[in-house]
Write a protein that binds this ligand. Structure first.
Ligand code: GLV
Length: 326
């Protein structure tokens, strides 16, 4: 009998057919609507494997009832939607999709930085709304990116590649991370500094840290107040790292100049959220890794991880590596 795989979001036919060759595949058929929790729990009880997305909560309640579940292939590099301890306790392998999305996510992060600094969304809407009357010296004037100081919070793989893009814009690069990143220092001239020094001196504060118990709520009003008044804040990691009310208050009080956000505390952010009423906020619907090539590569990685588990090989991108020693 083929292993039963439940896929929690509609995937392209190509991936679906590929999975069908080896598994008994069941899939939530919607592209933009999340699988209801009750149905996910019901499917998980029978599944040998789950292919999930970041909006699925995978916790003790789910794992304890999922008696056949061997592996979860989570289609993301981040896995803050998974209770890793619970998964390990039930000996369920959790796999993510790092590496294949690094450049794509760095591109989006840098695009968001440029779009926010150069007021590109506002400007594009200005033209489309027929508001453009004539060329004018200070019309929609933004702020320079080149030769400015970028402060990267979280110098992991994506942070390092963002730093590489920043170096191409002749930016001075400072970073804060749990540990020093010698490659970024040597190859890109990045300088390590404390979190406070980064906040106080960077022109662009770019958050790329994973969401953990240490980073949750890391940016409160106090952190925004420490930033320069003309600083621009970019978040491309997870919304819960910042306090959105504090960011809103800091923007309204003019304590920082603008924000570019790809991620939010609650996704999707509601259209009437106060942050979205501000012209100096560029908001995107969590599209860091969203290119056709990269999303396909992420799904391929998920398939490879499932294949590894069902062919008794260690998966390439296993997160709870402690399972390997069991
Ligand atoms: C997306 O946010 C990811 O973690 O891949």
């Amino acid at each position: 009998m083929k292993p039963y795989v439940y896929v929690t979001r509609k995937v392209p036919e190509e991936i679906y057919h590929k999975l069908q060759e080896q598994y008994d595949v069941d899939m939530w058929p919607e592209e933009e609507v999340q699988v209801p929790r009750e149905l996910l729990l019901e499917k998980a009880q029978k599944a040998d494997a789950l292919l999930t997305v970041i909006s699925d909560q995978l916790d003790e309640e789910l794992f304890s009832e999922a008696k056949n579940l061997k592996v979860v292939a989570n289609m993301a590099v981040g896995y803050d939607n998974v209770d890793l301890d619970a998964a390990s306790k039930h000996q369920i392998a959790i796999c993510n999709t790092p590496d294949v999305l690094t450049d794509t996510t760095a591109d989006l992060t840098f695009a968001l930085l440029l779009a926010t600094a150069r007021r590109m969304i506002e400007s594009a809407e200005f033209v489309k709304e027929g508001k453009w009357k004539s060329w004018s010296p200070m019309l929609l004037a933004g702020t320079d990116v080149h030769h400015k100081k970028i402060g990267i919070v979280g110098m992991g793989k994506i942070g390092t590649v963002v730093a590489k893009r920043a170096a191409g814009f002749d930016m001075e690069i400072i970073y804060h991370n749990r540990s020093r990143h010698e490659v970024a220092e040597e190859m890109l001239g990045a300088t390590y500094c404390s979190f406070d020094e980064l906040l106080e001196t960077a022109d662009f504060v770019v958050c790329l840290a994973p969401l953990t118990e240490h980073t949750r709520g890391m940016f409160q009003r106090e952190q925004f107040q420490k930033m320069k008044k003309d600083a621009i804040f970019i978040n491309a990691s997870r919304g819960a790292i910042i306090n959105e009310q504090a960011l809103y208050d800091a923007l309204v009080a003019g304590e920082i100049a603008a924000a570019g956000l790809d991620v939010f505390e609650k996704e999707p952010i509601s259209a009437d959220h106060p942050l979205l009423s501000l012209s100096n906020v560029v908001a995107l619907p969590h599209i860091g890794s969203a290119t056709k090539e990269t999303r396909m590569a992420m799904m391929e990685t998920c398939c490879e991880n499932l294949d590894a588990i069902f062919n008794d090989r260690p998966p390439k991108t296993l997160v709870n590596k402690n399972l390997l020693s069991l």
